[in-house]
Design a protein around this ligand. Sequence first.
Ligand code: ZN
Length: 264
Amino acid sequence: MPSAPIRVTVWGENVHEHKNETVKKIYPHGMHNVIADGLREVLGDRVVVKTATLDLPEHGLPPEVLDNTDVLTWWGHAAHGKVEDAVVERVHKRVLAGMGLLVLHSGHYSKIFKKLMGTGCGLKWREAGERERLWCVNPGHPIADGLGEYFELPHTEMYGEFFDIPQPDELVFISWFEGGEVFRSGCTWQRGKGRVFYFRPGHETFPIYYDANVRRVIANGVQWAAPTQGSPYALAAPNIKTPLSPIQSSHVADESLHEHQRKG
Ligand code: ZN
């Protein structure tokens, strides 16, 4: 019996597509729709893809949407600060509870990525339309499935090290740029029960999300980040007064030390 399709929500800031003529020409219906089409193209009926944008109420991510999302993809650049903290909090909780999250390109500076990483998330950058070569450094990883030893993008914005992230659990791609810099372009982390994948390419003035290899990586990332059943995961800190087996100790707990936990 085929397993249920992965429910994906593609979130796009959708700001520069309306303001910048170059971006409008490349992505007339918004980057989110092109990313969503790429997923449908590669994964077919293995996914059900919906989109959400900043301008919608609750940025299109009310509880009923997130509760029915297995993997969320995030692209933002100009309006990270306009994303409401309550929505960021909601996404964060869903990731800890098991929802997968793909953070794309300039999403490195989004509130949700910084909250999940706990570091500054800064990097070097240059927009000179230079060539990028993405080397796969983890060929057995599911995110590298179907790709070659490397692939190239002819014109990109450069992102360079140092990238201020916590040490990735797994590194899948390293980029080399024509101008000389290198960058950890494909990184994974586990946060709670959720899987997080950061993938670098995607500057809005280049047609990156039409590229077959980029589409393949994002599709692989969605499949990799989809939740598995796992074991129970508590988001709270319950006091287990009754032990599973008898404890031989005459210790008497000073309940006053734990007062704040009972209230909170
Ligand atoms: Zn960019």
